[in-house]
Design a binder for this molecule. Structure first.
Ligand code: UD1
Ligand code: UDP
Length: 359
């Protein structure tokens, strides 16, 4: 048995890490193919180092660029590796351009494809991620849906039930496996001059937010309101895309907003866990907040993670400053007593066992 694990961005490395660890522990043959979509140390290598993952066997070093060209370069590189390695199955995770490229290269080389985190839908086809996940799902042989909702989305699109397995989300595995280590070793909160339970966390990188001046301004103004109203700082580990856009639009940081470089996973988990509340447009953060009982305010008009809203852990507010402050008030007044809908932390194991038992 040989499994090709394809990844390329920060969330894919984190969410594939439980699968990689389980393959290593069980002595299952695998190789890692990195597309190079993310390449800065703090968006890429820091996660391999901290999570003690083996070096990728291949790094295509694709880098940034126009999305079509970026995806095309990845397809060419992945196809070559698949022809050389001839794996029994490849795994892709999520909804990035790396996932789309992996799925297309898989189909074209006749390789079996497993899609981890299959079936998520925002029903907003203007998002590049929505197109990527739909296409990846429809190319795949194994669809690892994290929840029943995701399974239903796939069934509605005509995917045969026999290809779908509801396995939970590997982010639960990643949170459980790393939170303990993070708690023991880290001093991130004090080194940022913060106090547990006395700060907010902000992340924003979604193309539809940060490439649009009105939307990113609305978010920044909303954050200013949060600071004025509560008097607690908002810590903002800034994604490189967002840094570039704030410079381009010449938007100055408001009072109370503290920028940092993107953080490693152990520091970031701890920062998130001890925060009052998280404001974000990230998919992974909506899930992590829900798992760690931290209220989440999502700076988007829709979400492919409706389970977080259904259980009461999350609210959608878009990018308007008034909606942001109203949403923060609502979530600050909520009891943190919801149930985690994303599984028991054994998703990686379930995914690999499902492949090895059937291949
Ligand atoms: C990508 C994914 C998005 C995912 C996000 C995770 C797609 C279409 N988008 O968005 O779904 O949520 O990753 O973070 O695949 N840059 C660096 N260093 C890096 C990586 C990027 O400086 O290591 C900068 C470059 O200026 C680049 C920009 O960030 O142009 C955007 O990077 P890109 O990978 O195209 O998209 P993300 O916004 O990161
Ligand atoms: N994350 C991190 N450091 C940071 C910000 C985020 O380690 O400074 C982690 C976060 O805990 C989550 C993942 O990165 O697991 C989310 O990645 P991102 O928001 O870039 O992508 P998305 O989940 O939206 O695809």
């Amino acid at each position: 048995m040989k499994i090709g694990i394809i990844l390329g961005t920060r969330p894919e490395i984190i969410k594939m890490s439980p699968i990689i660890r389980y393959c290593s522990m069980q002595g299952i043959g695998f190789f890692i193919l990195h597309s190079g979509q993310h390449y800065s140390y703090n968006m890429d290598k820091v996660f391999f180092d901290e999570l003690q993952l083996p070096e990728p066997s291949y790094n295509l070093e694709t880098g940034s660029g126009d999305p079509g060209e970026q995806t095309a370069r990845m397809i060419i590189g992945i196809e070559k590796v698949l022809l050389h390695e001839n794996p029994d199955v490849i795994l892709v995770q999520g909804d990035t351009n790396t996932v789309l490229a992996g799925a297309i290269a898989g189909v074209k080389t006749g390789t079996q494809i497993g899609h981890v985190e299959a079936g998520l839908r925002s029903f907003d086809r203007s998002m590049p991620e929505e197109i990527n996940r739909i296409l990846a799902d429809h190319c795949s042989d194994y669809l690892f849906a994290p929840t029943k909702t995701a399974e239903q989305n796939l069934i509605h699109e005509g995917i045969p039930v026999g290809k779908i397995r509801v396995c939970g989300n590997t982010i639960v595995d990643a949170v459980y496996q790393n939170l303990q280590i993070a708690g023991k070793k880290r001093t991130v909160i004090s080194s940022l001059h913060l106090h547990p339970g006395k700060y907010f966390v902000l992340t924003a990188h979604r193309q539809e937010n940060v490439d649009d001046k009105q939307r990113i301004l609305g978010i920044i103004n909303g954050v200013r309101e949060v600071y004025l109203q509560y008097g607690y700082p908002v810590i903002f580990p800034i994604h490189p895309r967002t840094r570039k856009q704030l410079e381009l639009f010449r938007i100055p940081p408001p009072d109370g907003l503290l920028f940092t470089e993107p953080l490693g996973y152990l520091d970031f988990l701890l920062l998130e866990k001890e925060s009052l509340l998280v404001l974000t447009d990230s998919g992974g953060l909506q899930e992590e907040c829900c798992i760690m009982q931290v209220p989440c305010v999502t700076l988007r008009d829709n979400t492919e993670r409706p389970e977080t809203i259904e259980v009461g852990a999350n609210i959608l507010v878009g990018s308007d400053s008034r909606s942001i402050i109203t949403g923060v008030r609502t979530m600050m007044n909520k009891a943190r007593d919801w149930k985690n809908p994303f599984g028991d932390g054994k998703s990686g194991e379930r995914i690999i066992n499902s492949i090895t038992s059937e291949a």
